[in-house]
Each structure stands twice: as C-alpha cells, then as structure tokens.
Design a protein around this ligand. Structure first.
Ligand code: NOJ
Length: 571
C-alpha cells in the first residue's frame, strides 16, 4: 500500500462538542472546552480531531442545521476560539477537521428565509419547492426522522387549490438544497474553500450521497402504518451523483492537501472505486455495511436485524477487501448517530467486568483494520448505553420519532422504549466522563442532556492510573500502531482474512515484507479452542485484553472474550 498520503498515518478522534467539556459552565460543551482538554487528547495519542458541527444553528438537529456557514454558534464560542483551538492543537501535532453539512441548511438560513418571503427571488431555486395535488404532498416519501419529507408553505395555494411544499429529507427545519442549480453549488464551494484556507486539515462530509434526487419525483409503494414509503430509493446514491461529486472535488478539495471522509450509507461496493479510488471524490468513506449490521435498510429501530458473529465477520471481511482493493478505509465502532458498541455487538446484559474485557476486544478488532481508525469520544473509556425510563428523557429528534412510529406500528410503550434505548443516538451524546464528581466533571451547571450514571465508575480520572483500564488499552493500541517497529505493517500492511474454522471468532492478519501480525478475537462468553498448527507459529504477543494466553503446540485455548494481536511466523 502506497505511503503517499499523510492522512494514512493519523489516528482520528471524533468530538461531539456539546458533550465534551464545558469551559464556561452553562451546561453545554464548547470550543474552549476542547482546547482545555488537548493535553488529554495528545496523551492518548490521537493526531486528528473530527469536530461535529460548530456553526451557527438553531440546533434542531444539534448543529446539523446550519443557519450561517461563516460563523460559530455562540453556545460553542467564537471564530477566535476556533482559531485558538487550531493553533494550540497544531503545537501538539493535532490537526482539526470540521463537519461539512451541504445537503441541507437550516430553515433559518438567510437563503431559505428569502426563498420563503419572496417566491420570485432567485433563492426559491436554491431549494426544492414543488406543488402538491390539493393538500396531498408531491410524493409519499417518509423522511429520515419520520413524517413526510414535504412541508407545506402557508399561503401559497394556486387557483385550483393545490398547495406548495418544500423538500426536507431530515427534519422540517433542514430544507434540502437544490444541487441541480449551478449557483447553489458555487456558493457551497465558496464555503468549503473559505474553511480550507483557514488552516483546517479537511472535512467529514455529511449526508453527501443524498444530494442528488430522482428528478421524476414519483411515489413509492407504501411500507408503513403511516401510509408513507421510506425515501431512499429515489434520494440516496442516485445515478448521476458522480457529476456533482466530481465537480465538488475539483473546485475544492483537490486544490488542497486535505483529508475528506464522507458519510455514504448504503453505497454499493461496485461504486467504491469512483468514490475512494486513485482519483476518487474523497480520501475515505465510512462504511456502514458492517457498522449498521444491527439495522435493516428501512432504518426502523423496532425492525432490528439480529446478527451472528459469522455474519459480522463476513461483513468486515467484505468491507476490508473491497476498500483495500480500491483505496483507504476509515474503520470505526461508534459515532454520534450510533449506540455504544458494547451494547450494539454484545447486548445490554453484560456485567461490569466483562464490559471492560469486551471494550478492549472491540478495540483490538477495529483498530488494527486497514485504514485510519476513528475513535468516538468515550469509546476509549468503555462507556456503555444509558437506559432511560421515559421518552421525555430523550433529546434526539430521531429517537422521539422512532418511539411514536413504533407505537403506531402496534408495539406497546415498553417495547417502543426498549427499542429506542437500544438504538438511540442519545446513547453516545451523553456528556463525557472526566471524573466521578458531580456531572462527571463535564460542567458545574446541569448538563443539557442527562449524564450516563456510569460516570461514577467509568471515567478518565480513575482509568488514567489503572494500567488494566480500557483507556490504558487504547493508549497501548495507539502506541503500537503509531510508534512501534510494527507501525508500517499495521498501517500499510496487507489485510488478510483468517479462517480459523470457528464461528465465534473473528481473526485476520496484517502483513508486509517484514512482519506478519494476527489479530484474534473470541466473541463468545465460553472458551474456544483454535488450531494454528499448519498456518503460523506465535512468536510474541503484542497486545491482549487478558494477558494469560494458553498456547500449546500452536493450539490456543482462548478464554471467554479473549482477544490479542501477536507477531507470527508462517509455517
Ligand atoms: C448525518 C449526521 O451524522 C446526523 O447526525 C444528522 O442528523 C444527519 N446527517 C443530517 O445532517
């Protein structure tokens, strides 16, 4: 694998600014809070921060609804605070990437306000306005956060009584931009270039595979009790999107030595070459094919996909082999839209001791895959899901919608709450656990969202001193990838799937001209025996979640949830 790009050597860390650290004690995390905690991040060893949106926003979707791309949300700070963060981070060799949200704006953005106020203005065509039939919206599509994707514009009925609507794939406060309009695209490129010249290292690119819509605006077969149909068939990964992405890259990213990581759910593997190949649109993309194995394509929390370890293994292998063939990966376990990984992959009945072992296993499994690993805040502490007892305790717009939709589909309120608790985006959005003092040391004020109560036993202060903590394990993993004689092998080495003839185990190797390293993970709560006899001999254990590894004549007796990386020699 070629060593030509700087971003292949990075270890990325995702920050949800609202919940990281509150420097001014108003209950909301902020930019200065991130700056204050740079020592922690640098000590952990991460080198690239992805910060979720910090731009001016009414916060209907926590910043993914931007009302001014050139300014910062006052609750997060100022442009000076951001400059300061970029400079201070640079001193510690940490680069910053921002979230680029250009599929939609906030309805409070001045473009949309103009479009509403004056139907004749050029801003009408910045968005997607269409006539319904009487008061039936133009199509029957359901949005990602429930309900119709169409919102009625009051007072714009035509003479036949047909209402006017605008399109929003997400909340009604997130109107979709009209990418078919070249002037819109130009304005967006201006924003991208503005930020790239400001000294950021690049972007995580939000919902970018939704920018092209099927221009026929046809109905779909109804698929729910709400009488609607999930929109994605006509709005996601549409043919022709390549033209927009090609132009976006050429007008912006290509002119800088920047990194771009795109969010592209359900993108078919045949198209990965165009997206991340030699002259791809992006440096890397997040592959949700394995990361959302617990979900069906309809995105309904109540329609969970129960999966086996074997299925997970196959998905990870498929993902790695395809990505390796064409480009570079961005492996991850968690993000601000997912539940915590312990719960996602192992359920919600895990005791505290096993949770520590499992967090390290999941760490080993994902961190040494091919690509630039992305760690989500709190994952390095082993934080798990936070169970809420009432729907009132949720903040997230999607979680609330999923609850009411589940009720409509006939589930009881207990069942609906169970599903939301398992999948809610609020699981990863609770404030960070700095210590065991009130509010986990996140803020002296009451946090904007309830703390996960586990902060009293899972927090930085306790874990930093404990060499067996999840945090210490993450530090070791990062050091092994970044600063050991195996770095080149772990970063650029080939990914090779291993078949150890056991469906409770996920194992792979990384190899280059100098070394071959294997990563073996027992997903089972029972011991498992594997035989490496005719394949490898284990020379040295490099990292493990349970130190004592029983190997006899290359037969390994793995303890429950045991996981390790070892240097091997081929037999
Ligand atoms: C994906 C983001 O990750 C999510 O948090 C957001 O709600 C949607 N895109 C809409 O911007």
């Amino acid at each position: 694998m070629s060593k030509n790009k700087w971003w292949k050597r990075e270890v990325a860390y995702q920050i949800y600014p609202k919940s990281f650290y509150d420097s001014n004690n108003d209950g909301i995390g902020d930019i200065n809070g991130i700056t204050r905690k740079l020592d922690y991040l640098s000590d952990l060893g991460v080198t690239l921060l992805w910060i979720c949106p910090i731009f001016k926003s009414p916060m209907d979707d926590n910043g993914y609804d931007i009302s001014d791309y050139y300014d910062i949300a006052p609750e997060f700070g100022t442009l000076e605070d951001l400059d300061n963060l970029i400079n201070e981070a640079k001193k510690k060799n940490i680069k910053i990437i921002l979230d680029l949200v250009i599929n939609h704006t906030s309805d409070e953005h001045e473009w949309f306000q103009e479009a509403l106020k004056n139907p004749e203005s050029k801003y009408r065509d910045y968005y997607i306005f269409k006539r319904g039939k009487k008061d039936v919206p133009p199509t029957n599509w359901r949005g990602h956060f429930g309900g119709s994707v169409w919102e009625k514009v009051e007072g714009e009925k035509d003479k036949d009584g047909n209402e006017m609507y605008y399109l929003h794939l997400f909340s009604k406060k997130q109107p979709d931009l009209n990418w078919e309009n070249p002037e819109v695209r130009k304005e967006l490129y201006k924003i991208v270039n503005f930020w790239l010249t400001k000294g950021i290292a690049g972007f995580r690119v939000d919902a970018i595979n939704s920018i092209k819509k099927d221009q026929r605006y046809l109905d779909l077969p109804v698929d729910g009790e709400d009488g609607l149909a999930f929109n994605i068939k006509y709005t996601l990964n549409q043919p022709g999107i390549e033209e927009f992405l090609d132009e976006l890259r050429n007008e912006t990213f290509k002119k800088y030595d920047c990194v771009t990581v795109a969010e592209t759910p359900l993108l078919e593997y045949e198209r990965y070459d165009k997206f991340i190949g030699e002259n791809g649109f992006f440096s890397m993309i997040f592959d949700f094919n394995y990361a959302e194995i617990d979900m069906k394509d309809d995105g309904a929390y109540f329609n969970r996909n129960d999966f086996t370890v074997k299925e997970l293994r196959e998905k990870i292998f498929d993902s790695q082999l395809i990505i390796q063939k064409y480009g570079w990966g961005a492996p991850f376990l968690e993000n601000h839209d997912s539940p915590r990984s312990i719960d996602k992959y192992f359920g919600d009945n895990i005791n505290d001791e096993d949770a520590v072992t499992i967090s390290k296993l999941l760490g080993n499994l994902f961190f040494f895959l091919q690509g630039t690993p992305f760690i989500y805040q709190g994952q390095e502490l082993g934080i798990n899901n936070f169970k809420r007892t009432s729907i009132e305790d949720f903040d997230d717009i999607a979680s609330k919608d999923q609850y009411y939709r589940a009720l409509k589909e006939g589930f009881s309120s207990e069942e609906a709450l169970y599903y939301v608790n398992r999948r809610s985006r609020d699981n990863t959005r609770t404030p960070f656990h700095w210590d065991s003092s009130e509010n986990g040391g996140f803020s002296r004020a009451i946090p904007w969202i309830k703390m996960n109560e586990s902060y009293k036993k899972v927090n930085v202060e306790m874990e930093i001193e404990d060499k067996n903590s999840v945090l210490s394990h993450y530090k070791k993993m990062i050091e092994l990838r970044q600063k050991s004689k195996y770095s080149d092998c772990l970063i650029y080495g080939e990914f090779v799937p291993l078949d150890l003839k056991n469906d409770e185990i996920i194992a792979y190797s990384r190899k280059d001209n100098n070394y071959e390293l294997i990563c073996i993970n027992n997903f089972s709560s029972k011991s498992q025996e594997v035989d490496l006899k005719d394949k490898f001999s284990v020379k040295e254990i490099l990292i493990a979640n349970i130190e004592d590894i029983q190997i006899k004549e290359n037969r390994i007796n793995l303890k429950p949830y045991q996981s390790f990386v070892a240097k091997v020699e081929k037999l």
